[in-house]
Write a protein that binds this ligand. Sequence first.
Ligand code: NAD
Length: 499
Amino acid sequence: MRQVQHFINGAHVAGAGKRKGDIYNPNTGEIQAQVDLADASVLQQAIAAAAAAQPEWSAVNPQRRARVMFKLKELVEANANELAELLSSEHGKVIADAHGDIQRGLEVVELACGIPQMSKGEYTNAAGPGIDVYSMRQPLGVTAGITPFNFPAMIPMWMFSLSIAMGNTFILKPSEKDPSVPVRLAELFMEAGGPAGVLNVVHGDKEAVDGLLQAPEVRAISFVGSSDIAHYVYMNGTANGKRMQCMGGAKNHGIIMPDANMDQAVKDIVGAAYGSAGERCMALPVAVTVGDRTGDEFVERMIDAARALKVGVSTDPEAHYGPVISEVHKNKVEGMIQTGVDEGADLLLDGRGLKLQGNEGGYFIGPSLFDNVKPGMETYHEEIFGPVLQVMRVGTLEEAAALPSQHQYGNGVAIFTQDGRAAREFASQVNVGMVGINVPIPVPVSYHSFGGWKRSAFGDHNQYGMEGIRFWSQVKTVTQRWPGTENIGDQAFIIPTMS
Ligand code: NAD
């Protein structure tokens, strides 16, 4: 059986062999490979490699670091088909979606190509008598990223490309459910001219994560995953003095106003709710309709749109979405559908029990649709992370806006309307980190930044954009005066001294 190994100091490394995880093919339910789960000794090897490589890598000038990123971009593009197939076979998302996963990550590699410009410091000439002040951005040292199963290419690239371009070295601990693409990315980084030890991949579960949280050499950790674990990682990392950025779960609302273009809203929401089997942190699993007529029309049309979706194996070019990641997750999503029924929501489409002929062992769930979901319901409060759309009906925009604003999660939200004034007011007031106006999945482009609010993110900086540069660097400020310049310039400047 195929074995997925760690990638440390530029080479594949087998663990001590004590603990392994199974990698399933979600299309069939069969085990297709195994992954080493790191213990403390493997993690220590990676930390030692990253620490040894860091001084030399940070001394490489930023143009040369950028050149490695340019080459990595070329190599990922050249290998995109192979990467997408591998990704799809372990995750279960359809090939077109797997390409999207790679593309959105590549955009942050492209951003990292601009590191000479983005990492420049600031300078003030003659801040006082003969005194100039300048600040520079310096790398932190050894850094790490812990990533979820649902974007095995994009999220690792969000993290390591900026950190490494900034002059840090990196240890990636990807999801143990679909770990192969992250290893391929590390191999391509080496092929692009990245030195050994700069990008390391350590597989594992809680043991590896706890090891990273405790390692004094690791200065900063970026985490993306579910909220309880994000919070745990944040609390432990900060308690150990690390810089932490921990993105969590989501429950994004799409608000449909009476003046919305209904064709667009239905088309956008069917993709945003069910695409990738709903396993996206920026999916739109809640549709809030404003006004009775809007609700009736939306529901009627959504039933047709959802019924028209084809659920298939991830290699089927006609499938809109594939299986969910695991049997455990399938059972969880189907259990939540039952809870929704029990707590009184109207189940209009029930995707449970879907079996694909020839792939009966696969983890498929058909599109499910609830109407009349209410704020107190558990299935509304919690993230379902499956192909389930919940419709809520309200009378006014104020009532609609209160729902995402008061929800425990605050990742993304969208509004569908033709009214610019209402949209502008909504965007400014809503208590959520990323807003779409007639855009269903408002994942910002790489030169802005990505981050939710409330229980969707713990920590101070967003992913990528200038926020990412700030997270992966530290500022040093130098105040300098040279002999013979004391009487030049503004004598009113005061520097604290002993006298
Ligand atoms: P997860 O929380 O189960 O796992 C994330 C990472 O944490 C993995 O690397 C995993 O190995 C590790 N981990 C798991 N259990 C752990 C434990 N007890 N202690 C320490 N580490 C542990 O998340 P997942 O199921 O892989 O991903 C889906 C979740 O990620 C969803 O909640 C989704 O909303 C969220 N997500 C959020 C964003 C965002 O940017 N906000 C993006 C993508 C996914």
